[in-house]
Write a protein that binds this ligand. Structure first.
Ligand code: IPM
Ligand code: MN
Length: 351
């Protein structure tokens, strides 16, 4: 029987709760579709940092390289200064494992959850391909004369030809595989960021030459936000840099029903990928059995898709859709009409 070795990092806040539901669904899927999930749990996050001072041991990164995939709950703890855990764990894993794509599908399963007037399921179905290892996230820059009146803070955006090229190529290949509107839109800011997005634009069109079956389009990031609200049906695949991708995917999550349903994959097509709900650690809901586990369950489904279990992935997605359409009252924490565990049970039942 095919066995997948999965590293599980529940992480902070509600992370472990939602991952528990995701694992329950993956177990059900594995017995139905005849594969095995071997889980290894890792204790990393705010709690461990506060107890031991340890963020992410070097040896652990090496360990993680030996797994088929990583399943991550959430990183972020209000007791720890912003940036320490996010940069020290989440971003470090993305960078060190060279997960150069952050893939974020924006799909509306039921129009009753959409805040946009007159938009329905067929209008909201696109995927953001966010570059995940460069841009403003590199940590390039620093302070000059810190703490004085003459202080300067510099934060630089790093954009390499190779980094952009592989990201754009992934986006075009993904649009081909999706086989829907067959269009890739570059989201940038060529009118102001005339160095970074000049390179992005030239590279995007260069790569597009290898994909004559896929249409190209361009929108500035501000206009992208506007179109996502006004005409989301125009989009199929959006490719963009790290920072813009971070911002527009929160907007994307809202138009698909909220953070409770938004999943993402940090993909290294040639290495170890990491799948996570994109909503964060939601500290105020921790331990209350009220958080929506569907984003984590969807992330688990994406993971199976990338591991080659397409049927299981499709079945998980269909079961989530059924749960959302037939059962839930809301996708928000505490208002679902069911507890975290019960939502997980419903997905298992439909599976
Ligand atoms: C996300 C998050 C992270 C990011 C934070 C927690 C560092 O917002 O995955 O979108 O900015 O990438
Ligand atoms: Mn974000």
């Amino acid at each position: 029987m095919k066995t997948y070795n999965i590293a599980v990092i529940g992480g902070d806040g509600t992370g472990p709760e939602v991952i528990a539901q995701g694992l329950k669904v993956l177990d059900a899927a594995s017995s139905k579709f005849d594969f095995k999930i071997e889980k290894t749990m890792f204790d990393i996050g705010g709690e461990r940092f506060l107890k031991t001072g340890e963020i992410l041991p070097e040896s652990l990164i090496e360990d993680l390289k030996g797994f088929d995939a990583i399943y991550l709950g959430a990183i972020g703890d209000p007791r720890v200064k912003p940036g320490i855990l996010e940069k020290g764990i989440l971003l470090r894993l993305r960078f060190e494992l060279d997960q150069y794509i952050n893939l974020r599908p924006v799909v509306l399963y039921d129009k009753k959850y959409c805040p946009l007037k007159d938009k329905s399921e067929r209008d909201i179905d696109f995927t953001v391909v966010r570059e995940n290892t460069e841009g403003l996230y590199c940590g390039a820059g620093g302070f000059l004369r810190k703490g004085t009146e003459y202080e300067v803070a510099i934060q630089e955006s790093i954009n390499s030809y190779k980094g952009i090229e592989r990201c754009c190529r992934f986006a075009f290949e993904y649009a081909r595989k999706r086989n829907k509107r067959k269009k890739v839109t570059l989201c940038g800011k060529t009118n102001v960021l005339t160095f970074a997005f000049d390179l992005w634009e030239r590279t995007f069109y260069k790569v597009s030459a290898d994909f004559s079956d896929i249409a190209t389009d361009y929108a500035h990031v501000d206009a992208t936000c506007m179109w996502m609200v006004k005409n989301p049906e125009w989009f199929d695949v959006i490719v963009t840099d790290n920072m813009f991708g971070d911002i527009i995917t929160d907007l994307g999550a809202m138009i698909q029903g909220g953070m409770g349903i938004a999943a993402g994959g940090n993909i290294n097509p040639h290495g170890v990928s990491m799948f996570e709900p994109i909503g964060g650690s939601a500290p105020k809901y921790t331990g209350k059995n009220v958080i929506n586990p569907l984003a984590a369950i969807c992330a688990g489904g994406m993971m199976m898709d990338f591991l080659g279990e397409e049927k299981a992935a499709k079945a998980i997605e269909d079961s989530v859709k059924k749960t959302v359409v037939e059962k839930m009252e809301s996708l928000s924490a505490g208002k679902m009409g069911y507890s975290t565990q019960e939502v997980g049970d419903l997905v298992v039942k439909f599976l």
